[in-house]
Design a protein around this ligand. Structure first.
Ligand code: SAH
Length: 328
């Protein structure tokens, strides 16, 4: 990469690249902060190697402390990320793996945008570093824009750096619709203990197809079968994401069908209050969500309801860069 090439060009010793990288991953704010690098070299690097691949466009902080950042890549693609701050000290970042998304889930704001492209490993990492420059961060979810398993290699390359940023692999979660070819690779090839979350959103294929057209290509039953293989190989439960849409997928009998589909041992369900995106869906009421959760618990399936963060700044999931980017 450019950093290594520039250091070689300047005749610098090999260890310099490592020094620079270490500073970066620890959240240094600029080349000037790299105090063990001679200052003429810092100036040279500042002139020749861009400090980050992302330009910050806007940033907003919600009343609950959630921070949403909108960036632009050097070729003008929108990238959005969120930092969630919890009372127990947890600092969780939600990052994008693509600008836009090629999938067309009907309830998702990103799905209605024009697809840009896969992000590079450094464009993914620089989202984390942006927040690391503010404070320590310790969890990362790939739940921003894009389908991480379509951009498998770049996502895995970015994850390799995260422990040095403060985020262990066990505290890193990839969320996917179940993009089967790379879900298989994730199970068979990846040895680090990254967590897996699957966007299910319906207990049956017919309804899932309406919400997530990708279900036609990669059907729910096959995705669930792969998840069971993951559980057997990793001895780690899979998280099931289920966004609660009023009158669509929130009936008690649908909760019972979900119990039947998942069983008691392999999965943990996370119910997601829906953030309306101006489309055709409304979010389920709190009572409906509670009743659905009770039905799952009664059936022996562990279930929680996700806390909604950053609503007042449109930082809730699925609302990433959409409002600033014209629809396709
Ligand atoms: N493509 C991946 C990751 C990005 S979406 C995936 O689908 O899993 C991350 C999660 O946010 C998914 O579960 C998605 O269904 C959910 N989501 C999308 N739009 C939403 C909205 N408006 N309100 C609540 N959750 C939403």
């Amino acid at each position: 990469m450019l950093l290594d090439a520039t250091l070689a060009d300047l005749g610098e010793p090999k260890f310099r690249a490592g020094q620079v990288r270490e500073w970066l991953l620890r959240g240094v704010r600029g080349y000037d902060g790299m105090t063990n690098i001679p200052s003429p070299l810092r100036a040279e690097l500042a002139a020749r190697v861009p400090f980050t691949t992302l330009e910050l466009v806007t940033e907003a902080t919600a009343q609950d402390g959630t921070v949403k950042a909108l960036f632009r890549t050097t070729d003008g693609h929108a990238v959005e990320s969120v930092l969630m701050r919890y009372k127990d000290g947890r600092r969780s970042i939600c990052v994008s793996s693509q600008s836009g998304c090629p999938l067309t889930c009907t309830f998702c704001a990103t799905g209605q945008m024009k697809f840009g492209r896969n992000l590079t490993p450094f464009e993914i990492l620089d989202q984390a570093l942006h927040f690391r420059r503010k404070e320590e961060i310790n969890h990362c979810v790939f739940m921003g824009m894009g389908e991480p398993l379509i951009n498998f290699d770049n996502v895995m390359a970015s994850i390799a750096y995260l422990p040095e940023v403060g985020i262990t692999h066990r505290r890193t979660t990839i969320s996917t619709v179940g993009w089967l070819p790379n879900l298989k690779r994730f199970i068979d090839e990846v040895e680090i203990p990254v967590r897996l979350a699957i966007s299910v959103h319906a207990p049956d294929a017919e309804l899932r197809q309406k919400l997530m057209p990708i279900n036609e290509r990669y059907p729910l039953s096959e995705v669930i079968a792969e998840c069971r293989r993951y559980v057997a190989v990793r001895r780690q439960k899979v998280f099931i994401e289920y966004v609660m849409l009023s009158g669509v997928n929130d009936r008690p009998d649908q909760a019972q069908a979900l119990v039947k589909l998942l069983g008691r041992t392999d999965f943990k369900v996370n119910l997601i209050p829906y953030n309306p995106t101006g489309g055709i869906y409304d979010g389920s009421s709190r009572e409906r969500i509670e009743a659905f959760q009770n039905e799952l618990t009664k059936g022996g399936v562990p279930a929680t309801t996700r806390l909604t963060r950053g609503r007042d700044i449109q930082a809730a999931c699925g609302q990433l860069a959409a409002e600033r980017t014209p629809a396709a």
